[in-house]
Design a protein. Sequence first.
Length: 170
Amino acid sequence: MEQILSKDESLRQIVRGIKEKGFLFDIAEIDNFLENFEIKYQRLPRLEEIELIVESYIQFKEERKLSTIKNTINEIKKKEETKKSEIIKKEDVKYEFPRNKKIPLGSREREDRILTISKPEGRRNCPICGNSSWFKIHESLDKTHVISTFPRVYGKKYSCSGCGCQWRET
């Protein structure tokens, strides 16, 4: 014969089942769980149904934990995407090697390389070290980059006194 438990006994049995499985519980949630059961089936649970209620409560808690973890991961991904959009992409950076221009360095010679990047929005930052201090970023004429021959107009180049990087903006 089916044994229907009282509400307090059902609550104790469910709490005992959850404790045996090693999970944490909230009495208010379990009480709400029992009320929903009573509303749906118009009766309190039978002794045989307690184990199913314990398993469904544990599954409910695990799904809630997974959804909070997924939400946290999505928030972290969004923050990383905004950080990535602030960083200069490799596609925006081009190296130009001017021909026939050599700079003597003691007994060796090297080619002068100027980094070319797209014009940034907002404050100008060094593309290598990320320095944005206007004391460190210097602007000068780039006589290797002629914009117009008559009247003579030269381009600008920027240099960072922090890391020594030189670049040009397009």
